[in-house]
Design a protein around this ligand. Structure first.
Ligand code: ATP
Ligand SMILES: O=c1ccn([C@@H]2O[C@H](COP(=O)(O)O)[C@@H](O)[C@H]2O)c(=O)[nH]1
Length: 236
């Protein structure tokens, strides 16, 4: 029995690379989609936001002298590519998905229209929100918080490269320890960077909990959806 009726799943863009240096690794995206299919089969309504770190991040463009807003639009377009790849892989795996973009690109995908998204979810379709928030200087974590709140998701599930929220970045500090639960206030005060502060603040204000868990651990998504002990819960 799933613990949640409707979820917003944030998938790491960077993880899509698998063992490759760039782009979308075929076996990785298929495996991710199969995990999502398992939870849709439990009857959970699933909306997805996918990052763009496997292709382009605005901060990288900014660091080599690009206009930051232009670089951020490139990052948002990267998330559109990932969203299209995800939806197409879902189609191949027998699922029905709809991509909705926060940036007008109507020859490619339909625009984000909230009532339409809600209708798709009620029909059991997976909705993939592309192009982040549609605004530069934000991230797809903030887009996940925003869309999660808009669609009335019960929780934001952040599937990422680490298996939870740690006292410090575990990739830089091997002595860091993992929290089982942490409040939004503590995560913000301690400046824990597993999500950006805007996403934390939005979820806190909307009383929308976040679960952070590993995208690489087989079965972790299903365990989270079933309410089993997995990853870190960030709560009000
Ligand atoms: N306190 C912390 N606890 C856990 N991870 C942390 C912490 N601080 C920093 N991190 C880092 O945050 C990363 C996850 O956030 P990041 O935005 O880089 O990835 P993502 O959202 O999964 O990727 P993408 O932006 O491509 O979707 C982890 O890989 C980890 O190295
Ligand atoms: O609302 C948004 C969301 C994203 N961006 C840009 O896209 C890239 C990729 O997103 P990640 O969350 O880092 O995976 C991001 O670096 C931004 O440049 C944005 O501008 N606005």
């Amino acid at each position: 029995m799933p613990a949640h009726k409707r979820i917003l799943l944030k998938l790491s863009g960077e993880a899509l690379m698998g063992d490759d240096a760039y782009g979308i690794n075929r076996a990785t995206i298929v495996r991710m989609v199969q995990e999502v299919r398992e939870i849709t089969q439990l009857g959970v309504e699933v909306a997805v936001v996918i990052g763009g770190g496997n292709i382009f991040r605005g901060v990288a463009g900014g660091s080599v002298g690009m206009d930051r807003a232009t670089a951020d639009y490139m990052g948002m377009l990267a998330t559109v590519m990932n969203s299209l790849a995800l939806a197409d892989t879902m189609r191949q795996e027998g699922m029905t998905a709809r991509v909705m973009s926060a940036i007008a690109i109507e020859q490619v995908v339909e625009p984000y229209v909230r009532p339409k998204a809600l209708q798709y979810l009620e029909e059991g379709k997976v909705v993939i929100f592309a192009a982040g928030t549609g605004n530069p200087f934000f991230t797809t974590d903030t887009a996940a918080a925003l869309r999660g709140a808009e669609i009335g998701a019960e929780i934001v599930l952040k599937a990422t490269k680490v298996d939870g929220v740690y006292t410090a970045d575990p990739k830089k500090d091997p002595s860091a320890t993992r929290y089982t639960r942490i409040s939004f206030d503590e995560a913000i005060t301690k400046n824990l960077q597993v999500l950006d502060a805007t996403a934390f603040a939005l979820c806190r204000d909307q009383k929308l909990p976040i679960k952070v868990f590993s995208i690489f651990k087989p079965g972790a998504l299903k365990r989270v959806v079933l309410g089993e002990d997995e990853g870190t819960l960030v709560h009000v």
